[in-house]
Design a binder for this molecule. Structure first.
Ligand SMILES: [Fe+2]
Length: 182
């Protein structure tokens, strides 16, 4: 299994935008937490989260390729289930998020955006953030309107109640708060 450091190095070779690298770190932390919840392979889930947007800067002119190029880049590094999750996190690829890992990545991708938006309007950022504040933000349609609430809600398809999903997401992102500058 590729190590976290190796994944992060590879990401930094392909992605110059720091915010995007931070986004991938955030999603990887949530994926790791969800793997613990499901008693799945934490290293694999973390790697999938870390690598999922590695093609972002080369697919900006054709978003339907987003996820497909990532899958090519990491084809030798991850097992098939990880590759599938990466393809399926973008609906435009035609791949569907179906497995626990697929849906976790899909929902974690959106959740990380909501939590970042929530942290940016707090003086202490992620520190001391409660899941209930994210829940309130989600209900406010004008807040971070680019973040799909529907995508976040897909956690329930894999048996995670929304409140628990938010709590795990906040906790996971707090664990990498310093690293991502939040
Ligand atoms: Fe993403």
């Amino acid at each position: 299994m590729i190590t976290r450091d190796e994944s992060l190095d590879l990401v930094k070779q392909h992605v110059k935008n720091k915010n995007l690298v931070n986004h991938m770190i955030a999603v990887s932390a949530i994926m790791k937490r969800l793997a613990e919840f499901f008693n799945e392979d934490t290293e694999l889930w973390e790697a999938v989260g870390l690598l999922h947007d590695i093609d972002y800067e080369v697919t900006s002119d054709d978003f339907s390729k987003h996820g497909l190029i990532s899958a090519e880049i990491v084809s030798e590094l991850l097992p098939d289930e990880g590759i599938h999750a990466i393809r399926a996190h973008n609906e435009m690829t035609g791949f569907k998020a179906e497995s626990k890992m697929d849906v976790s990545l899909f929902a974690a991708d959106a959740l990380s955006g909501m939590i970042v938006a929530g942290a940016l309007v707090r003086p202490t950022k992620l520190e001391g953030m409660k899941a209930s504040s994210i829940r309130r933000r989600m209900k406010d349609k004008s807040f971070a309107r680019q973040v799909s609430r529907e995508n976040i809600m897909r956690c329930e398809e894999i048996g995670i109640p929304l409140s628990e999903f938010l709590a795990m997401g906040v906790e996971a992102m707090q664990s990498v708060g310093q690293e991502i500058g939040l």
